[in-house]
Design a protein around this ligand. Structure first.
Ligand code: MG
Length: 446
């Protein structure tokens, strides 16, 4: 199968006026317009400085093919996805997610609200590379309008997908760090409507991300962690730049790994006989919880759109990734930071116990993540690994997953850089390190 060249794992990314040019943006707008042949296309952006510039470039490109453009505002990527789904129209998101502020990007959304798949990306790239644009006659050129109803539509769906009354009555107090990103209005507002007395941090839209780095990792959340250590809050919440992800800090100020919050939400959401979808890179903590609950775990290739598609195909309600991106089908089939937040509040309200206490029921695993430069073709590397480690159990869902006595290692080539990623997991930190070192050394010596 041909793989997309411009579209990476999460859309097209680059630095404005360098690798992400206005010409490219306009061309991609034309290509998306030509591909979808839709009378209307929705568009939204995150808070980045170059947001308006790319929004107008991409919108102009799409309008030149005869599609009307509906701008729905600065809002999270899942907010646009929800609008697309409700209106059955495709969409374009201008965002570079958690990347540093100098970046921006373009992501295309299908009319069912899911991110377009790889096959569609290849088709759109082909239109762009070969200039197969279908431009409209002068009297058929698209128009531009603004619709401010998308934000409320999105927030209402989240609030009505959880037990909002139970949450409102539970007297939770929430600290939220939106990191100057696209959720600056929506997530604090959802918390207010759920009566969670939010204290907001970095809730001013600032395209330079002046307050903190956009990736919600512990080292970037020191302010939120300090606030949580005062002991005045039930839970701390943080999003990345476009708020398709959500991470948590417990009431004592401890960062909760995405794997553990996913396992916890699954534990309190699924029933016997249900299924859960996650990529092969996810922790065994999740598979243990699924076994305990009598639920089936479906493992896919890495990538949120792949997980979402598998959920739709198998009629599954919950799935997600270890980086804090949970997909909840009752709301919509895409990673959604605010939905993840609401699911966690729902379970805190129902269980009426502190987060740190609830997490004690989630098995603890250690994961070591490294990467090495890729010096040969992936197929060749794969063959060498299977030869060298013959006798071990392999899984080829995505890259190679090698099972050892006390854990596993996943080796896979990056889609965007010339590197090979090595993830090792075990119940013991030392063992995870040992496995990781063994495969890392082998790959380095190839
Ligand atoms: Mg993101």
């Amino acid at each position: 199968m041909k793989t997309p060249q411009l579209f990476g794992t999460n859309g097209i990314r680059g630095i404005p006026n360098q690798d992400l040019t206005l010409d490219l943006a306009t061309g991609i707008g034309r290509s998306i317009g030509t591909f979808f042949k839709s009378s209307r296309i929705a568009i939204a952006r995150d808070t980045r400085i170059s947001g308006d510039m790319f929004l107008f470039a991409v919108a102009s490109g799409a309008m030149s093919t005869g599609s009307d453009i509906v701008y729905i505002g600065v809002l999270p990527t899942p907010g646009l996805q929800y609008y697309c789904r409700e209106n059955h129209i495709p969409g374009i998101m201008i965002t570079a997610s958690h990347n540093p502020p100098q970046y921006n990007g373009i992501k295309a959304i299908d009319s069912d609200g899911t991110e377009i798949d790889e096959a569609t990306e290849v088709k759109i790239e082909d239109i762009y590379e070969n200039r197969k644009y279908k431009l409209a006659d002068w009297d058929k050129i698209g128009r531009y309008s603004y619709d401010n109803t998308g934000i409320d539509l999105y927030m209402n769906s989240i609030i009505t997908s959880v037990n909002s009354k139970t949450i409102a009555e539970s007297n939770l107090r929430v600290a939220i760090d939106t990191g100057n990103g696209a959720s600056y209005y929506t997530s604090p507002e959802i918390l207010t409507r759920l009566n969670c007395h939010p204290v907001s941090l970095n809730a001013n839209p600032d395209g330079k991300f002046s307050s903190r780095n956009s990736e919600p990792k512990p080292e970037n959340l020191s302010d939120l962690i300090s606030i949580m250590k005062t002991g005045k809050f039930s839970i701390g919440i943080a999003h990345d730049g476009d708020a398709d992800r959500c991470v948590f800090i417990d009431e004592k100020g401890n960062f909760v790994d995405g794997d553990r919050s996913l396992a916890l939400i699954v534990k309190h959401t699924v029933k016997r006989g249900d299924s859960v979808v996650t990529p092969v890179s996810s922790s065994d903590a999740l598979s243990e919880i699924c076994t305990e609950k009598g639920a089936k775990l479906i493992l896919t290739r890495v990538g949120a759109p792949i997980v979402a598609r598998a959920m739709i195909d198998n009629n599954v309600t919950i799935g997600g990734e270890e980086n804090g991106g949970i997909i909840y089908g009752k709301h919509q089939y895409c990673r959604d930071g605010a939905m993840t937040m609401a699911l966690m509040l729902d379970l805190l309200a129902r269980e009426n116990k502190p987060l740190s206490e609830l997490l004690r029921d989630i098995p603890e695993y250690y994961m070591i993540k490294t990467s090495v430069p890729r010096k040969r073709e992936w197929e060749e590397i794969k063959e060498l690994i299977t030869k060298k480690f013959t006798g071990k159990m392999f899984d080829f869902t995505d890259g190679i997953k090698i099972y050892d006595t006390d854990g596993w290692t996943l080796i896979r080539p990056s889609g965007t850089e010339k590197i090979v990623r090595v993830f090792s997991e075990s119940r013991k930190q030392e063992t995870a390190k040992e496995y990781n070192k063994e495969y890392e050394t082998f790959l380095k010596n190839l």
